[in-house]
Design a protein around this ligand. Structure first.
Ligand code: ADP
Ligand code: MG
Ligand code: MG
Length: 911
């Protein structure tokens, strides 16, 4: 007996048995669409009868060089017989013909990727039967021309525009605006012309044998698995190429049988806001594809409630039933044929980040899912979205007042974006990728072969299409701000320009779109990050906090950063970079003086002047972080970073000397000469501090050892601040961190300097706040000798930027602009090690350091304060290494909270 290639919609149990009960595997076998059609049938939702040809059949067909595997044809014919019995109709029968659709459906939904052919089974004979049965000639000829059109373009790959052209002419000839106004005769003529197009492009007549139609369509679906656009989409979405697609053959039901018929699509909850209310579009008297294609203006689903209350009531119940069954928000397609409701598809609905969070939280409150599930359902990227830019409110007001707001469309994917107009996907990609420009891709509507441009663009704007249009779905999936269906927008692809109400914007000029509000602006509006106070988000993150084991701290240099970090949920400051405090204009002269001078008194004077500034900065941080640890890193970068550049100095000297040549008055000459002397001194000092490899030079602990007063001053500032603030009643926890340690003796030397000064200050102040002394681990040698280091360091913090740099021996700043890109493109490195921690190398060193360190000091606090601290994959590694905390930028704190919870919950799932 041959393999079972075909499953009837009521055979889902058999499919389960075959794959061993796992629903994911059922989806793999029957495709998402087929599996869910079968599942709906099983739970008693009305589904037009049909069957699914498995993905295994598709793979067998493709493997065998595009021939049906043994037994497939027989099984398909047999299943068709079953459909005939169930419906009382016969395939190809001139009196009572059965019509079917042929629908592709892979394991993962790929919007619009694969093609569907409706109305299979119509030919010059069967249309007569259909006309007799329905008494509606117009309806039948409309179906017929759709079949020829879809069959021609989808199966035989004739150009779609040729068909569209005929339609445009037909409307013009009949003097009407829309297809719905065309009558039976018009459609009859269109059908004939379509047949001619078909013949012209395929060199053969339109196939009249329904079985041939069905076979060709099925084979075309199989083949489309390796079509370019399907392959592109899979690459973008990270879907495997060997899954294959299933084919669903299903009895046609008709939403275009008059005004008691309709067709539509809906989400069981709002996909933008997450509100628990059905959201959707429908069309009266139309066939399914019309809604998705966006050629007719759709109605809001709420209107269906008034138009067909009974059918709508049933629809609402089914939506609820499906949600309960799948425990997820559903995206459904339905058709009402003469007041009878049929469900044609259901799948998990796509949603914005806001909606994802709200739905997850509300489903917990409705008792549908657990808190763990809710936390796992939201991705770190979705959390990040809450912190994405919105337009500055004042700027929006001003733009509106100025008339820069050009109009609005549908707000299908939130967030604000600006960019130059690019009118096709290739250009959008080119400008964004090759020239690094911000681009908004503008199209009448988008199609699957536009995806590469959409991914490269900052945002997407279309003039046609609805909430469930291709543009909307893709934008939401990839988190791109999008405004679609802006009907006032005219797009002239020949003149390469767009216009709204007479105002013309040329390709390459700036526009701004607000995907949250659905608005279009001319020019470039400034963006800002929104307030972080969404109540559902707060709830979800608080659940995440219950599950995670890792602490989440933040890198913050100023009290304002610390405040934001606290608000976003940080439990400490993992890194305060003291040097940032030196860069401010009023402090710079003292910093430079300190560096320039060789005289110890002068240096002390400069440092004394800097001390109060630092003390105030630290005091501010301690006050904000009342009760929480604050890690302060002593000065890290090479000194020349604080000095003017050599080339600038040379140019300025040159200028001064030229001025001197032209100068006449003696006082002027004197002044210039003095200036030149000063500059030459600075230049000499800068030259003497010049290093070939500053990153590997006189910086970090090396500098501190070289200029001990620098450490003394910083320690004094920290302890004076800590003591003062402690006396105010604040609970202070300073932790002092030495950067760039490679040998334990460096720590020893620093600790002596530090302890002495700290003791002095505490005696002066008469109070002894608790503090810790520790070091960064950012040189492989430090990681390798962490047992020795742990004798002195009470805590360690991985500086993974430098640790990656020193482990790989590559300079980040240079490499990311040169060979690293090639390495990534050629997959010599699987991932940018500066974005995601390199597990095998850097990760290995970290693991060793933690183990060795804790062997000596079991309670040692181990953290990470590099960029990686906010990267979900790296956070997973930090969890596995049992770090105490990750520290990241304040904006990444919420992402890290969720990612840390995911890591912990994954352990739970494994157990
Ligand atoms: P896609 O995957 O692109 O959504 P579908 O297979 O869902 O393609 O079909 C496209 C449209 O055709 C849908 O809107 C659906 O409602 C309609 N359709 C498919 N099969 C049938 C059928 N048997 N009867 C009526 N409409 C159908
Ligand atoms: Mg569909
Ligand atoms: Mg460093």
């Amino acid at each position: 007996m041959s393999k079972k290639w075909v499953y009837f919609f009521d055979e889902v149990a058999k499919a389960e048995e075959y794959v061993g009960g796992d629903w994911e595997k059922v989806r793999g076998l029957l495709g998402g669409k087929g599996a869910n059609l079968a599942e709906m049938e099983r739970i008693g939702v009305p589904v037009p009868p049909g069957y699914t040809v498995t993905t295994e059949a598709c793979n067998a067909y493709l493997d065998a060089g595009e021939t049906y595997p043994e037994g497939l044809n027989e099984q398909m014919l047999e299943s068709l017989k079953t459909v005939e019995t169930k419906t009382g109709k016969k395939f190809g029968d001139p009196q009572n013909p059965l019509l079917v659709s042929c629908r592709s459906g892979a394991k993962f939904s790929m919007p619009g990727m694969m093609d569907t052919v409706l109305n299979i089974g119509l030919n010059d004979e069967t249309i007569k039967g259909m006309i007799a049965l329905t008494g509606d000639e117009r309806f039948v000829y409309d179906l017929y021309r759709r079949l020829i059109q879809m069959f021609g373009s989808v199966v035989m790959l004739a150009p779609g525009e040729d068909f569209e052209e005929v339609l445009t002419e037909a409307r013009a000839k009949a003097g009407v605006e829309t297809d719905t106004e065309l009558n039976a005769e018009d459609w009859k003529a269109v059908a004939e012309e379509f047949k001619a197009i078909f013949k012209r492009h395929t060199g053969r007549d339109f196939p009249t044998d329904p079985y041939e139609q069905l076979n060709l369509a099925t084979a075309a679906v199989f083949k489309s698995w390796f079509g370019k656009r399907a392959v592109d989409y899979r690459n973008a979405a990270g879907i495997a190429h060997d899954l294959g697609t299933a084919v669903n053959i299903q009895t046609m039901v008709f939403g275009n049988l008059g005004n008691d018929s309709a067709t539509g699509v809906a989400l069981t909850r709002n996909g933008t806001t997450g509100e628990h209310r059905i959201e959707g579009d429908y069309l009266m008297n139309a066939q399914g594809e019309d809604v998705v294609a966006g050629i007719r203006l759709t109605e809001d689903i709420n209107k269906l409630k008034e138009e067909m209350p009974a059918a709508y009531g049933e629809f609402e119940q089914i939506c609820q039933k499906l949600e309960k069954h799948y425990r997820e928000m559903q995206d459904v397609e339905f058709t009402i044929e003469k007041n009878k409701l049929w469900m044609l598809q259901t799948r998990d609905g796509k949603r914005t980040a806001q909606a994802a969070v709200r739905i997850a939280v509300e489903m917990v409150e409705e008792g549908m899912i657990t808190r763990e599930e809710a936390v796992m359902r939201v991705t770190p990227a979705q959390i990040d979205f809450f912190l994405h830019p919105q337009f500055d409110r004042e700027a929006v007001k001003a733009a509106k007042a100025k008339g820069d707001m050009l109009g609005s469309g549908l707000n299908v994917s939130p967030g604000a974006a600006f960019g130059v107009v690019a009118l096709d996907a290739d250009l959008a990609e080119k400008w964004a990728k090759e020239e690094g420009r911000d681009v908004i891709m503008v199209r009448p509507e988008t199609r699957p072969d536009d995806v590469h441009g959409m991914l490269a663009a900052q945002g997407i704007l279309t003039s046609r299409g609805g909430r469930t249009s291709h543009a909307a779905l893709v934008a939401r999936q990839f988190g791109k701000p999008a405004v679609v269906g802006m009907s006032a927008l005219e797009i002239d692809l020949d003149k390469r320009q767009i216009s709204v109400g007479g105002l013309v914007i040329k390709e390459g000029e700036w526009i701004s779109i607000d995907g949250t509000e659905g608005e279009l602006y001319t020019g470039k509006l400034p963006t800002e990050v929104p307030e972080f106070e969404d109540p559902e988000l707060m709830k979800l993150l608080s659940w995440a906090d219950e599950f995670r084991k890792l602490g989440v701290w933040a890198n913050a240099d100023y009290p304002a950063d610390a405040q934001r970090a606290l608000k976003y949920g940080a439990e400490g400051i993992g890194l305060c970079r003291t040097e940032h405090m030196f860069f401010e204009a009023e402090r710079m002269p003292f910093v430079q003086k300190m560096i320039m001078t060789d005289n110890a008194d002068e240096r002390k004077e400069a440092l004394d002047a800097l001390l109060p500034f630092q003390r105030e900065d630290f005091a501010g941080l301690f006050r904000v972080m009342d009760g929480l640890p604050v890690i302060i890193r002593l000065i890290d970068p090479p000194l020349n970073e604080f000095l003017p550049s050599e080339s600038d100095l040379l140019r300025e000297l040159c200028d001064l000397k030229l001025q001197l040549k032209d100068a006449g008055a003696p006082e002027e000459i004197d002044k210039l000469q003095k200036q030149i002397e000063d500059k030459e001194l600075i230049l000499k000092r800068v030259e003497s501090l010049h290093e070939t490899n500053p990153m590997l030079g006189m910086r970090g602990v090396r500098l501190a050892i070289h200029i001990p007063e620098l450490t003394t001053m910083q320690v004094r500032a920290i302890f004076e601040a800590a003591c003062t603030v402690a006396k105010e009643g604040v609970d202070v926890h300073p932790e002092i961190m030495i950067p760039l340690t490679s040998h334990v003796n460096e720590l020893k030397v620093q600790q002596e300097v530090l302890e002495a000064e700290a003791k002095k200050v505490m005696e002066e102040q008469g109070i002894e706040p608790h503090y810790k002394f520790g070091t960064m681990i950012e040189i492989p040698r430090a990681a390798i000798t962490c047992d020795q280091i742990a004798e002195y360091a009470q805590f360690i913090s991985f500086g993974t930027n430098d640790l990656t740099q020193t482990t790989f021996g590559i300079s980040r700043d240079d490499a990311e602009a040169s060979f690293l890109i090639e390495y990534l493109e050629r997959e010599i490195l699987p991932e940018n090690p500066f974005a995601v921690i390199d597990r095998d190398g850097v990760g290995f060193l970290m693991e060793m350091a933690v183990k060795k360190g804790r062997a000596v000091r079991p309670d040692m606090e181990c953290g990470i304060c590099g960029e990686h601290g906010g990267d979900p994959e790296s956070i997973q590694l930090c969890h596995e290494l049992d770090l105490t905390y990750v520290s990241c930028s304040p904006f990444r704190v919420p992402v890290a909270r969720l990612a840390a919870a995911h890591a912990a919950l994954r352990d739970k799932i494994k157990d």
